[in-house]
Design a protein around this ligand. Structure first.
Ligand SMILES: *Cc1c(COP(=O)(O)O)cnc(C)c1O
Length: 379
């Protein structure tokens, strides 16, 4: 018996359309010309989403694995032995990049910013001026909280300091307009199962060609060698090792659907409507967002636990039984949970989630954010 269908209000994998899932109902030969044409088309279309002209300064590399593998491919390939990396950290994904660098023996420092604050260009410029760094890394939308860091200003500061700029745009690419050139990105990374609304299985790197060529021979692993992966794709259109064929077929369909929706602008508009409905509805239910209004993006929203003896596990599992998957928090300090407004969801789905949250809170006790904790009814 198949399990009942659930909607994912998460940071990924996300809810996907039936047509994206249906695109996987055939087998493709990894060296077959039809499949290679799909891979070629995907690479070209991803560059176009980044605003890069065909034959311009940027290249697209696809890398098997989840998004983290694609980031690790950049970190472990592009930073030379005598390189030094500055990672701006205002959440768990920034911390993860620093951890990666340490594992590969790369000299790394972090610029630590509180999780409820944006990284600023001034912060980054000051650190880059204070000591020598060859590269700086930044998370665009820190999915830990949903905060969106100002990549263009920071990119200008990094370029001005003569360092290479690595951007984790995992949860923003396809949903927040970005121009690789305006960001001064040397490497910008995202994955199949975020805002392009494909299924999980590969990540992609949009790289300035010069920076990519400089990574030749610099890899610290075999399978995540960024330059070798690109050189393979360029030479015969093929992946070096087994590609996630079905995932690529689904992704190709997902790109068609992104285009049909009006590209990034159309998708951004839908996600924003989702977010605005969620924000209004959650406020009406008495939930308090973690971030200040001006710092919230439309990708994912973090809510504090309501006062009283709120038990997230119970809240979560009751919603799950009703067909709604939300997401736990990932903050180092505060007890929070998260609700994503990305993926194949519309305002009708958000309203259904809000209704379910209202019902579940009625069953397990109302949030009382200001007054004394209310006793929740036994369940
Ligand atoms: C999802 C995400 C990643 C990658 O996570 P995986 O689990 O490896 O796919 C990296 N950075 C950010 C900001 C993300 O949202």
């Amino acid at each position: 018996m198949p399990s009942p269908k659930k909607l994912l209000f998460t940071p990924g994998p996300l809810t996907t359309s039936d047509t994206v899932k249906a695109a996987m109902l055939r087998d493709a030969g990894s060296r077959d010309s039809d499949f290679l044409a799909i891979v070629r088309s995907i690479r070209g279309r991803l560059l176009a989403i980044g605003g890069a002209a065909p034959g311009g300064d940027y290249e697209c590399v696809l890398m098997q694995g989840s998004g983290t593998f694609a980031i690790e491919s950049v970190i472990s390939s592009a930073i030379p032995r005598d390189g030094r990396l500055l990672v701006a950290v205002n959440g768990a994904y920034g911390r993860r990049i620093a951890q990666m660098a340490r594992i590969h023996g790369i000299e790394v420092e972090t610029l630590d910013v509180p999780e409820n604050r944006k990284v600023t260009a001034g912060d980054v410029a000051a650190r880059l001026a204070a000591s020598r760094f060859t590269h700086a890394a930044l998370i665009h939308c820190e999915t830990t909280t949903g905060i969106v860091n100002p990549i263009e200003e920071i990119g200008r500061a990094v370029a001005g300091a003569g360092a290479g700029f690595i951007v984790d745009a995992m949860s923003s690419f396809g949903a927040i307009p970005v121009s690789l050139e305006a960001v001064h990105a040397d490497f910008l990374v995202s994955s199949a199962n975020k805002c392009i609304e494909g299924v999980p299985g590969f990540g992609f790197i949009l790289a300035r060609r010069e920076a990519l060529l400089a990574a030749k021979g610099g890899a610290r692993t075999l399978s995540l060698d960024l330059h070798a992966q690109w050189a393979g794709l360029e030479a015969d259109g093929q992946f070096r090792f087994t590609p996630p064929t079905h995932v690529l077929l689904a992704f190709h369909q997902a790109l068609d659907e992104l285009e049909a929706e009006g590209g990034v602008a159309g998708r951004a508009a839908r996600y924003r409507r989702n977010y605005e409905m969620l924000a209004r509805g959650m406020e009406a239910l008495g939930f308090e967002p973690y971030l200040a209004p001006e710092d919230r993006g439309y990708i994912i929203t973090t809510y504090r636990y309501p006062a009283g003896n709120f038990r997230f596990e119970e809240f979560y599992s009751r919603l799950s039984r009703l067909g709604f998957i939300i997401y736990p928090g990932k903050l180092s300090q505060e007890p929070c949970f998260r609700i994503g407004t990305i993926g194949r969801l519309d305002v009708g789905d958000i309203q259904a989630l809000l209704d379910a949250i209202g019902n579940v809170m009625g069953q397990i006790g109302k949030p009382s954010l200001n007054g004394p904790p209310e006793a929740s009814r036994p369940v």
